[in-house]
Design a protein around this ligand. Sequence first.
Ligand code: F6R
Length: 618
Amino acid sequence: MCGIVGYIGRRDAVGIALKGLKRLEYRGYDSAGIASCDAKGVVFLEKSPGKIASLERKLKHIPPSILAIGHTRWATHGEPNFENAHPHADCKNEIFIAHNGIIENHETIRAALTQEGHSFRSRTDSEVVAHLVERERASASTLEEAVTRALSYVEGTFGLAVISAREPKKLIGARRGSPLLVGLGKKEYLLASDAAAIIGRTRRVIYLDDNEMAVFTPSSKKIFTLAHSPSGAHKEIEKDVRTIDWTVEDSQKEGFGSFMEKEIFEAPLVIENALRGHVLAKAGEVKFGGLDMMRDRLSQTNRVIFVGCGTSHYASLVGKYFFETFARLPAEAVLASEFRYQPPVMDGKTAVFAISQSGETADTLEAVREAKRKGALTLGIVNVVGSSIAREVQAGVYNHAGPEIAVASTKAFISQLCVLALSAIYFGRLRKTLAALEASAVLSELLSYPARARRLLTDARSDVDRAAEAYHKVDHFFFLGRRYNWPVALEGALKLKEISYIHAEGYAAGEMKHGPLALVNAGFPAFMVIPRDSVYEKTVSNIQELKARGAKIIALATEGDDAIAKLADHVIRIPKLREELSPILSVIPLQLFAHRAAVLRGCDVDRPRNLAKSVTVE
Ligand code: F6R
């Protein structure tokens, strides 16, 4: 999704903004731009559709400056072209803004400002903000006053960076519903929509909350709340400074061909990190500092609703099974984008668990807000520390999977499953629905998963590669599984379609004969997730149905299951696992398969077309 970087200080502002934008490339974008201002108030603007490299070429002639804002855009209103790229300027080319989010009432504002004589250059919703600030600046005594007044007219969401030629030593940032943080460097300040953009310069940050504004000069920073109305005042506030505990090196590929591949191979580490400090295996207990503080409220919970999108939703489908199995708590997994519109029925005894890697997914954040309005307890399983969802839920757990750079989520899914399993055991012990002995057995098995993941990554690789080699040219794929491995099949299909562009459908294997089987003809490939578990025989019958119609079968099966080799065209092995926990490892070969197929098809696996890492619009 769109990215923002801003800089004010003593160094090369344009170079620093450009570097920041490059670090945000992984989020997906279709155009980029930078506006800068020198000490005399002379402004420069360069924008370019396409890759940042083409913007970089245009920046060569820009003289050194100490103030700049930059933006990577992912089109929502208006096609990706020069005019629609940010930063946007006012009529006099004096005020420049970079905006993330959506201005919902932009048409009304545009019409009013056009009547007042403003002329617009782009089709974007964002440009109205530059003109609103211009109008308000005429009567305001400072740029920040103009910004706060302008934003009081705006409905919708914004993460915003503003500079002006009239105040060439000032950088302003504001937030409502779209992430923005402040970086505190040595005699310099930065603004960014994502910490990845600035960690090369500083690790000390302030996360802006909704309706807050940051105002910097080269030697000062002030944070204010935004005014509620054009005549209202902005009030100065104090905010905590946090330290980012990951480094730029964490974000690099470490010798792998892509971030996605590196992240798949981080599975053992990710499982270790998710379990670290939480598991008392012998006692059969789980410790969660983030949840312990509300044990009383948690013990009254009589229902759990998971909300999430995409891969995180599939993790919650497994989470539902975990909670029903280990905690005997009724659980549902609802797509966050549907949750608000259902309309959801809940009360103070309902716990709504938001599952999100980025912690910024707009639909999931809105689901949390809806749950709060309805009086439910809101909990989160989030990877990005300090993200919006992490801050808005009442309690929660971080996955600690480290930054996930590839657009396609892999390691985050695995760590989400681990934390979900631990949470279900935690609730089971709290509610006394899970015996300590049973919990102890499950936890001991979980502790063996890092080593097993390590072995699986080595052992499965050649079989996965052979299968990908055989099928990477096909147009369609089925991924089928049952029970705990049905969500894994859904996730396998999502991975393949998003990075290889092969049309892939995930189904519960039992659903095939209710429609999808009609698509199967000679050579149609089906990836069957069929470990030796309680639904094994049923899934074997599904394989028979497919084979009778000429389908090609890739089976993900348990080591030692020799019978499957007679049915399948390709077999990939996973170790013998507890049925409930098996998704944590069974998904790994599917991730590897999607990755390999995409590489063989020549796709940009880290940055699939049309997709963004963090989806901050609904
Ligand atoms: C797929 C993928 C997406 C995300 C979804 C939710 O590989 O990455 O489906 O899972 O956009 O994102 P988060 O987890 O950040 O809320």
